[in-house]
Design a protein around this ligand. Structure first.
Ligand code: FAD
Ligand code: FES
Length: 459
């Protein structure tokens, strides 16, 4: 699968690991969260190394829409209601700070990555009232928000919340420039963490790395216990098209209606996406065709230059998990659950985790602490998720390799190598997707993304 970013940026190669080493900080995962965390620690006097199982920037970061914004859908009114104004302010302040950190790094390092200032719009075609509430909440938290009914979209909207001074960029050109200053090992898969020791498989050999601090920035944590992140978030998949010859937009747009769309421009391309659904939910047809059907009505002269999909982890209480991995592992940290807002999320994680590792005050990141108790906001989704997982585990049918067509018709597939849920076939990407925690496999069974760590055996 190629996104407009992978098509327009060649990434450098980094060495693999050839022997055991000792570092102060080991960062597991070479996506935006891992690379930024290592970058913010590089001048601290600590030795830092990134270990990437494949190649850097090939995970979720390669398939993002790359809007850099503190506007994360309908969130601020809900955060104030669930957690109070102080915690909601912490969320907003950290995301705004992340935007200025991107600007500063790009300026200081002279990175050419198509950074552009742009307004971000959250729109609805049906309900202006919820947007007015969101705008009032955002303003109350000090965010640069205003309500408007004017957009550049090729259809009328009921209203939109506009955030000024947000940004967009090319994520891989940025990542490439930042990573080139770091110690990175590619094709170095972390297979076990025990205490301060990390077992890494690289070039077919097993090496042990010793680290004072270990950051798990693998998008979805591959360590199940302790932490239990697989009980606290699920994954959602969306589809994207890069359209050539569609009208260019100066703003970035995101719809808060169910089944709504996302838009932004990149050079002569308009990135248009949507049709988000829980990963592994059975699909009525091909997501790209359905998206293209809508795109053609809006932009009759457009052509598709690239198409891709991406998934992200969605925490039950809508807040990323950034901080200690568990109460039993004080030297182990996690950054996950970015809810499709992992550009500012990754920068927030890098700021919070680097401060924590360097022993600085992190009270202003309290809202992100993974050990938080969010009973009110998380209990409903937690029970629904647990129920769904139980159904997919209990209603397992023996998988007979009939071929994908029969499996799709009958609604069952092979068994996921993570915790054993039954996979479903995604005809858009020709993948097997897990409805429980979102692992994805090619149709031949090769692992594409976790939390599963092994490919399928029974295909
Ligand atoms: C459709 C869609 C659109 C989005 N658009 C936006 C947007 O406009 N703005 C925004 O802010 N966010 C957006 N996001 C979210 C954003 O793309 C992600 O949250 C972000 O890229 C996650 O970065 P990451 O570093 O956590 O993960 P990744 O980029 O996936 O990096 C994790 C890395 O860890 C490696 N890894 C995994 N396991 C191991 C192991 N055992 N050992 C070593 N390495 C390992 C992987 O190979 C991978 O390279 C979007 C998400 C989706 C789904
Ligand atoms: S991803 Fe957890 S069971 Fe499949």
């Amino acid at each position: 699968m190629e996104s407009i970013w992978t098509k327009t940026c060649r990434m450098p190669a980094f060495p693999s690991l050839t022997s055991g080493i000792e570092v102060d900080v080991a960062v597991v995962g070479g996506g935006m969260a891992g690379i930024l965390t290592a970058y913010l620690l590089r001048d601290s006097g600590l030795s830092v190394a990134v270990f990437e199982k494949d190649e850097i920037g090939k995970g979720a970061t390669a398939f993002t829409t790359a809007k850099i914004t503190s506007q994360h859908g309908l969130i601020y009114a809900k955060l104030i209601k669930d957690l109070g104004r102080e915690k909601a302010r912490q969320y907003a302040a950290a995301q705004q700070k992340a935007i200025s950190y991107y600007r500063n790094i790009i300026q200081q390092e002279h990175i050419s990555c198509h950074l552009e200032e742009a307004a971000s719009y959250l729109y609805s075609t049906t309900d202006a009232e919820q947007l007015k509430r969101e705008e009032e909440s955002a303003v109350a938290l000090g965010l640069p928000a205003s309500f408007t009914r004017r957009t550049e979209l090729p259809f009328p909207v009921a209203g939109a919340v506009r955030f000024d001074h947000q940004a967009q960029f090319h994520p891989l050109k940025f990542l490439r420039a930042v990573a080139s200053q770091l110690t990175v090992y590619e094709h170095a898969e972390v297979i076990r963490i025990h205490g301060h020791k990390i077992d890494i498989c690289s070039g077919g050999e097993l090496h042990t790395v010793r680290a004072g601090h270990i950051v798990i920035a693998t998008h979805y944590p591959f360590v199940n216990v302790p932490g239990f992140y697989f009980l606290r978030q699920h994954q959602e998949l969306s589809y994207l098209l890069a359209l050539d010859s569609a009208a260019a937009l100066s703003g970035m747009y995101y719809c808060c209606d169910p089944g709504g769309y996302t838009f932004r421009s990149f050079g002569r391309f308009t990135i248009f996406g949507g049709l988000g659904h829980r990963s592994g939910k059975l699909h009525p047809g091909d997501g790209y065709r359905r998206l293209w059907h809508h795109a053609r009505r809006m932009y009759p002269r457009a052509a598709v230059a690239a198409h891709w999909s991406n998934e992200d982890a969605m925490p039950h209480d809508r807040i990323p998990f950034i901080g200690p991995f568990s109460i039993w592992t004080p030297h182990l940290y996690v950054a996950t659950g970015f809810r499709k807002w992992g550009m500012t999320g990754a920068m927030t994680a890098a700021l919070a985790l680097s401060d924590r590792i360097l022993g600085r005050n992190t009270d202003h990141f309290d809202i992100y602490i993974p050990q938080r108790l969010s009973l009110c906001s998380a209990m409903g989704p937690f029970l629904a998720d647990a129920g769904r997982t139980a159904v997919h585990l209990l209603l397992q049918k023996p998988f007979v390799p009939y071929g994908k067509k029969r499996c799709v018709e009958k609604g069952f597939g092979p068994t996921c190598t993570h915790l054993g849920c039954t996979l479903s076939y995604n005809p858009a990407d020709h993948t097997w997707d897990c409805p429980c925690h979102g692992s994805r496999f090619t149709e031949n069974g090769k692992l594409l993304s976790g939390p599963a760590r092994r490919s399928l055996k029974d295909i």
